[in-house]
Design a protein around this ligand. Structure first.
Ligand code: AMP
Length: 286
């Protein structure tokens, strides 16, 4: 499996793969959530290009870019094992040479809420790097995890609005056996923090159960989820604090008061110094 460190080399390897490739953009520190994207792409039969790039423009000033895990050799082995055709792993100055002007791509209707509200500029950074990667890799299809649901919606909207010739596919969230969504940031959690973090899938699952039992009022779903997060999350010495918990329309991401169709419950919480996000779709019976 080849590794391209420059845009020119990436383009050369890309051309050699023929007219249609699938693409999986990542920031590395790969786990089964990432390899599920590569495997979903492989299952459709196209060669799969994976990028590993810890994108500085999507991190805020006080965020964890410096300590973000970068186990490159393990990541390359995981890509090889999952069947990637090649990996694009550029240094930051290759993607953002000092002389290059900043370019802003934004989808304001979708980025003023949830993650976008709590991480100002985050989705501009995501859109900028994904647009650039799409122009470099020119995939026919690109795979994104539903774990980052808002990101998936923003990328869908960006590609539709700019008529980018790429299909966007969302892949279900991969979880550990205990229910915690896999995340590159889980490695920061101490065993005690990890136990607290399980409050997040517990709270979401409780909402799924309540909806299955007929609950339609989102204020009751949110109150129950908040109780679980605060009770279970704060039993030990490590407090869990909620950044936000919301029930939103899965298309518009606007808040919903009452379930008429599927609604997304999305959570961001801090456990110790680690910020985790998760979501589940609430689907009324029938
Ligand atoms: P990241 O490396 O965190 O930027 O994630 C790269 C891609 O992997 C994104 O499309 C994520 O949504 C996806 N991803 C991350 N964690 C998971 C997971 N647990 N299940 C499915 N996809 C995931």
């Amino acid at each position: 499996m080849d590794v391209a460190n420059t845009i020119a080399e990436c383009r050369r390897l890309r051309e050699a793969l023929g007219p249609d490739v699938a693409f999986v953009p990542t920031m590395g520190a790969l786990h089964r959530g990432h390899t599920a994207l590569i495997e979903a792409a492989r299952a459709e039969g196209r060669p799969v290009v994976v990028s590993i790039f810890v994108n500085p423009t999507q991190f805020g000033a006080n965020e964890d870019i410096e300590k973000y895990p970068r186990p490159l050799e393990e990541d390359l082995a995981a890509c090889r094992a999952a069947g990637a055709a090649f990996v694009f792993n550029p240094p930051a100055q290759e993607m953002y040479p000092p002389a290059a002007e900043a370019v802003l791509v934004d989808v304001p209707a979708l980025t003023g809420v949830l993650e976008g509200r709590h991480r100002p500029g985050h989705f501009r950074g995501v859109c900028r790097v994904v647009a650039k990667l799409f122009y470099i890799v020119r995939p026919g299809v690109a795979y994104f995890g539903r774990k980052d649901f808002q990101q998936l919606r923003v990328i869908e909207a960006m590609t539709a609005a700019l008529d980018m010739p790429v299909q966007i596919v969302g892949v279900p969230t991969v979880r550990d056996d205990d229910g915690l969504a896999l995340s590159s940031r889980n490695v920061y959690l101490t065993p005690d923090e990890r136990a607290r973090a399980l409050a997040i899938p517990r709270a979401l699952n409780r909402a799924v159960e309540m909806v299955a039992a007929g609950e339609k009022q989102t204020d009751r779903l949110l109150a129950s989820a908040r109780n679980i997060l605060l009770d279970m999350g704060n039993l030990g010495h490590v407090p869990l604090s909620i950044d936000y918990i919301a029930t939103v329309d899965p298309q518009s991401l606007q808040a919903v008061d009452r379930l008429e169709g599927s609604v997304l419950m999305a959570v961001a919480a801090r456990v110790g110094n680690t910020r985790l996000i998760d979501n589940m779709l609430l689907e009324p019976p029938g």
